[in-house]
Write a protein that binds this ligand. Sequence first.
Ligand SMILES: Cc1cc2nc3c(=O)[nH]c(=O)nc-3n(C[C@H](O)[C@H](O)[C@H](O)COP(=O)(O)OP(=O)(O)OC[C@H]3O[C@@H](n4cnc5c(N)ncnc54)[C@H](O)[C@@H]3O)c2cc1C
Length: 463
Amino acid sequence: MTTPNSLSYHVTQALRASIIGDVFVPGEHGYDHARQAWNLFADQQPAAVVFAESAADVARAVKFAAAQGMRIAPQGTGHGSPSLEPLEDAILLKTARMRRVEIDPATRTARAEAGAQWQDVTVPAGEHGLAALAGTSPDVGVTGYTLGGGLGWLARRYGLAANSVTAAEIVTPDGHLVRADTDHEPDLFWAVRGGGGSVGVVTALEMTLYPVRQLYAGALFFPIQRSAQVLHAWQAWTGTIADEVTSLGRILRLPSLPEVPEPLRGRAFALVEAAYLGAADTGAALIQPLRQLGPELDTFATIPATALAQLHMDPAQPVPFQGDGALLADAPAAAIDALVALTGPDADTSLASIEIRHLGGALARPARDAGAQPQIDAKYVMFTGGFTPTPEAGDTVRAQAQAVKDALAAWHAPYDYYNFAETPADADAVLAPASYRRLQKIKATYDPGQAIISAHPVWPTTR
Ligand SMILES: Cc1cc2nc3c(=O)[nH]c(=O)nc-3n(C[C@H](O)[C@H](O)[C@H](O)COP(=O)(O)OP(=O)(O)OC[C@H]3O[C@@H](n4cnc5c(N)ncnc54)[C@H](O)[C@@H]3O)c2cc1C
């Protein structure tokens, strides 16, 4: 383990005096708790952890870091912590205390402070019959998720969350708070909508909400022994459905934990999960080809949009986890076979979940006035991972996730999906080349000294 570079007593006191929030440094009570990420596998060892209370606090912390020649890593929840570079000389700037959310039903918009989790937005929006483009997990951060694209249950109808952002409030690396929207700071506005958080510290996002009160959604659970049959049928079915359906095929090994419902606890399944923006009778007709395979458990029903947060059964608490993903130009029968061979009923694997999400629809069409991810040039995206309570388990899961990626290499798109790439990689591995080049120039303008540490780094260039 590396030891973080401690700040001197005087520098620490000066940092404390300059902000309203809390500061934790190595060796002090509270530091170990403060440096923890949602992903408990991440062993973050920053020189200091700052909990900002407000945008003004963020600005003060960024100015302080600049004056000290220190780098700064913004973090909301730490769901994305696995892809971060080491933080030994940096300030970890946590926005977790900035969770204020305002919903404006008249304009169908939300404003979420940088530390807001998706449940902070979806629940109050739902009270007005509105839905945000949230992901599958209620406690993922709005900011990190949206900055990296944002692929949720309404994605094939409404696209990536990033392209529904209408404004961003950002502290630039020199410590100024600016508003970026179509009329101000167009480069910053473009960069944060899908290009990650490399150009500044976002303090709030404004976004469009959609009039979605309820959906027909659920999951079909089949015994894992039927993985090949179910995933082949699901993949063929995805070629027939409208943009109103967003779905995924999955192999899931559930842990033997009390929080897992009794009939599912400790068991392994092949699943189809889907959400349909429409009425129950049409939805039932749409999923009939899969339902007629005879699932062991069928949870499809009309549900409020807020209940989408439970559909994917993501862990409700912080966990140690390793995973990785790959964008797939296509996933024909041979790809499904490769996946089932490595993760299906006969596989000896520590991978708890492997999913293939269906893309296309609105995701495939360039969004109007889009940001750094105007569309996704791939039909599917794969994500797999497992629980890693020990470093050895981490090695095993990482190797097995890599083996899945390798087995799917023939169908790999030229770059990956930003939010699902958890192996540290520069942003050119997760963005289209033209987007990466524009991002490099914006980085050179706003952060030539690379003060901001982001999940997928961008190397500044003026060329
Ligand atoms: C259980 C689980 C479920 C998920 N489901 C989905 C899903 O359905 N769809 C999907 O697209 N992704 C999903 N993801 C991936 C998730 O979107 C990324 O991990 C994302 O980075 C998480 O954002 P965060 O703010 O919670 O995490 P953080 O680790 O706090 O942030 C991730 C990165 O975002 C940037 N960032 C965060 N806050 C700021 C800020 N204020 N200013 C500038 N940059 C900032 C930083 O570069 C940071 O390293 C999931 C991940 C997990 C673990």
